[in-house]
Design a protein around this ligand. Structure first.
Ligand SMILES: [Zn+2]
Length: 313
């Protein structure tokens, strides 16, 4: 797999300039990674190629996360929130919905429960097998090789996927071609223009270098969608799914040895008994403040992640 072209912004096409060097975000992917940033829209790219198997190692190594049973109802509520954003933009069931990069099929299940004729594609074997164990059959394919009939979808979801692909413009071209004219795409990505990105610096939770190839700003994402036949109709920064946790972990991560220790501990990718555990426990009382702060940042359009619904023109 090749790295991003180092010369042009993948979001808006303006020139890139060297920006900063950041540590790998996963104990399994140690090292320093150079980022370049767009002089126009502020989007950044990870310059080094993504290591082979990066999406099967470390926090992405598989297995059921710690606390998955407790988290399940909360995660279902987040999925319903994503469906509501689609509905508010006019994408309501029944209809054909595809979750692109469907993980373990959680959103597909929720969309079906809401009345969608929903399916998912997922490139990782771990995801497809995890979904099967939950009774959801995903198609084992990535955006490049999925066989989806042209103009066959009423809605699509691309949730924390676009930042992982090598060529986000080409990915959007493919997905736009699968949507019927007027069909809706909901896209969620981390927001490099967020307050938490600034506070977290090289240890921002949602940086996830080197797996994240493009670090979008809201402006960059909107420009990219528009230039690939997808007209943004709604943008949301108030996302309980990722934003308060991202802010809190990013701040705690500045003091822990393992970046984002709690996340990696839940993913069975960091030792439970450690100094980092103590630091994390001591920081727990700050969590409600992170919820409040992200609400304020979100209302100001500076939330840690952003979701945009765009209409296929
Ligand atoms: Zn740009």
């Amino acid at each position: 797999m090749s790295g991003q072209p180092a010369s042009a912004c993948p979001a808006c096409g303006a020139p890139l300039a060297p920006w900063r060097t950041v540590p790998g975000s996963d104990p399994a992917l140690l090292g320093d990674y150079e980022l370049a940033r767009c002089e126009s829209c502020g989007t950044a790219v990870t310059l080094a190629p993504v290591p082979v198997q990066a999406h099967e190692a470390g926090a992405y190594g598989g297995g059921v996360p710690r606390g998955a049973g407790i988290a399940a109802p909360v995660l279902r509520a987040f999925d319903r929130r994503r469906l509501r954003q689609l509905a508010r933009a006019g994408a309501i069931p029944p209809g054909r919905l595809l979750d692109v990069g469907a993980g373990r099929g959680r959103f597909v299940a929720q969309a079906r429960a809401a009345g969608w004729y929903a399916h998912g594609i997922e490139p990782s074997r771990r995801g497809v097998e995890g979904a099967r164990a939950l009774g959801i059959e995903l198609v084992s394919a990535g955006i490049d090789d999925a066989e989806v009939p042209a103009a066959s979808l009423d809605a699509a979801s691309l949730w924390h996927v676009l930042e992982h692909v090598e060529d986000p413009g080409a990915a959007l071209d493919r997905i736009a071609g699968w949507l019927r004219p007027g069909g809706m795409l909901v896209v969620g990505v981390p927001n490099l223009a967020s307050v938490q990105a600034r506070l977290g610096g090289g240890r921002w939770y949602h940086l996830d270098v080197p797996r994240h190839r493009t670090h979008f700003t809201t402006a960059g994402l909107q420009t990219l969608l528009q230039s690939h036949g997808l007209q943004p109709v709604s943008t949301c920064h108030l996302l309980a799914e990722h934003n308060p946790f991202g802010l809190w972990v990013s701040l705690v991560s500045r003091a822990t040895r393992v970046p984002s220790w709690l996340y990696h501990a839940l993913k069975r990718n960091a030792p439970l008994r450690s100094r980092d555990a103590l630091i994390t426990v001591l920081a727990l009382p700050l969590a409600p403040l992170a919820v409040l702060a992200e609400a304020v940042f979100g209302l100001a359009g500076r939330g840690g992640t952003v979701s945009v619904v765009a209409r296929r023109v």
